[in-house]
Design a protein around this ligand. Structure first.
Ligand code: ZN
Length: 74
């Protein structure tokens, strides 16, 4: 699957790791220099590849999280 418009793909730099975050905003796994990381524009956080892919599968075209079945839609 190609990249999602909901995320900005970046390579983790020392700068990002020091000044922004060095863990994934979802699973708190360590991010390392040179890793591909994904900026989540809805939640203003960086995610690892695994979490970005998982979130993409739950998002609609407008980058909104599609709630699990059983929740009311309006
Ligand atoms: Zn993660």
């Amino acid at each position: 699957m190609s990249s999602s418009p909901c995320f900005v793909t970046q390579i983790a730099t020392k700068e990002i790791l020091l000044r922004v975050t060095n863990v994934c905003g979802e699973c708190y796994d360590d991010l390392k220099e040179g890793d591909e990381i994904y900026y989540d524009m809805q939640n203003y956080r960086y995610l690892c590849k695994k979490c970005q892919e998982a979130l993409c599968e739950r998002m609609n075209d407008r980058c909104e999280i599609i709630e699990e079945e059983g929740q009311a839609l309006f």
